[in-house]
Design a protein around this ligand. Structure first.
Ligand SMILES: Nc1ncnc2c1ncn2[C@@H]1O[C@H](COP(=O)(O)OP(=O)(O)OP(=O)(O)O)[C@@H](O)[C@H]1O
Ligand SMILES: [Mg+2]
Length: 404
């Protein structure tokens, strides 16, 4: 394989920034490396020239993340997704800061203490796809987005959200013969207690049981034959009726399952189990947006904190939105809300009002809220949530492979 030289620029306010990193990159024949003094904001229009003329920009973050966020947004507007941008952050940068930077368009947030070897690995991982033959690489742009639904306690409304999120992703209510706007797959990875089948009057599906038992990796044909395809365009992989140990499924199998689905569908909505298993790792890696459903009670907030720590341990830039279930969005948030948001280092962003009648009607009929209770506040709240996330995912770079 021929490897062309890649150019890297480090933007740093320090006069002698990261000497070890600089020396290692200068010595590496694969790269043309230069340093620019200043902050990303101080570069003004020059940053977009640097982005046009370099394959990768490394920049040292400012103490005030908002300033960097503005600069990154401006840079992305001018330069699109052409250059890879990596942030080097100090100890003061929080998880929430890292997420803000990622949302603005940064491809990765790395610790300033990163060793030259680790940095080299991060850089070559991000530059590699561009130096491989396009025909050999899957088209990253056409990969479906993965939305993962997690719950801070049992019975909180996570499956209700997964089912209706997938339903609204399909697009407007259409005539029977019309095709849906998007291809959407809904996957019940709550293998032992999954209830998507009862929410949608679908048959339990033994495919995931079979995979757990025989250890094979699913391919496109297996999945297409295993999934139940609904007339409205939704494809569902329900949980099996037979019980298998949760850890019988292997990370490699789940990774392949998601890879295949991402190639076949525009969106893959995953309902997670309320348990921590090894195969969560590939799900988290592929996730473009996680929705963590909770309520504002102390036990739920405490559990949510633990889960966020677990989910982000190896996925620092995983974007987790909080969805407060069974609560109408308050005009003014109470103190317990403010404290919950502070403890969880992110806003209580989406709210799903309590609506037992609508929820019950939908479950009893085995149809989504859009059919059973279209004008209910609950259906409208889910629809709003989907519209927001869909718009944000359309803008965002594909996080799945980038946050590895
Ligand atoms: N906002 C709501 N208002 C009223 N009822 C709701 C609401 N959201 C969900 N429900 C109902 O609460 C019950 C539990 O919901 P769901 O199964 O979605 O929760 P879960 O978090 O997935 O639970 P599990 O721990 O069983 O996976 C269901 O009967 C559902 O219809
Ligand atoms: Mg559930």
């Amino acid at each position: 394989m021929t490897t062309e030289t890649k150019s890297i620029v480090l933007i740093s306010k320090d006069s002698k920034p990261f000497p070890e990193i600089g020396a290692a990159l200068k010595a590496d024949q694969q790269y043309n490396y230069e340093e620019c003094s200043g902050t990303l904001t101080e570069m003004n229009g020059r940053a977009s020239v640097l982005a046009d003329t370099h394959d990768l920009i490394l920049f040292q973050t400012e103490t005030d993340t908002e300033i960097d966020v503005l600069a990154i947004k401006r840079l992305r507007e001018a330069n699109g997704e052409k250059a890879v941008i990596l942030a080097l952050s100090g100890a003061e940068t929080t998880l929430a800061d890292a997420q803000l930077l990622t949302r603005a368009g940064v491809d990765g947030v790395l610790a300033e203490t990163i060793s030259p070897d680790e940095l080299e690995a991060e850089i070559s991982k991000r530059l590699k796809p561009k130096i491989q033959l396009p025909a050999l690489m899957p088209d990253q742009g056409t990969l479906g987005k993965v939305i993962t639904i997690a719950q801070a306690r049992g019975g909180i409304g996570a499956t209700m959200l997964a089912v209706n999120f997938a339903d609204h992703l399909l697009g407007k209510v259409r005539r029977k013969q019309d095709k849906p706007d998007c291809r959407v797959a809904l996957v019940d990875l709550d293998l032992q207690f999954g209830s998507i089948s009862s929410f949608l009057d679908a048959k339990p599906n033994e495919a995931l049981y079979q995979l757990s038992m025989d250890g094979t990796e699913p391919d496109a044909t297996f999945l297409s034959q295993s999934m139940e395809h609904f007339p409205n365009g939704l494809s569902v992989l329900a949980a099996p009726s037979k019980l298998a140990p949760l850890d019988a499924l292997k990370p490699q199998q789940v990774s392949k399952l998601l890879q295949v689905l991402q190639h076949e569908y525009d969106y893959v909505v995953v309902d997670l189990p309320h348990a921590l298993v090894e195969w969560l790792a590939p799900v988290l890696e592929a996730t473009d947006r996680m929705l963590l459903v909770l309520d504002s009670t102390v036990p739920a907030v405490q559990k949510a904190r633990q889960l966020i720590d677990f989910y982000t341990e190896d996925n620092l830039t995983l974007q987790i939105d909080l969805v407060v279930s069974h609560e109408k969005k308050p005009l003014i948030q109470g103190r317990h809300h403010t404290e919950a948001a502070k403890a969880l280092e992110r806003p209580l962003r989406h709210w799903l009002p309590p609506h037992p009648k609508a929820a019950r009607e939908a479950v009893d009929r085995g149809v989504p809220l859009s059919k059973a209770a279209r004008s209910s506040s609950l259906n409208k709240a889910v629809k709003r949530l989907v519209t927001t996330i869909k718009a944000e995912l359309a803008q965002a770079p594909h996080s799945a492979q980038q946050v590895q």
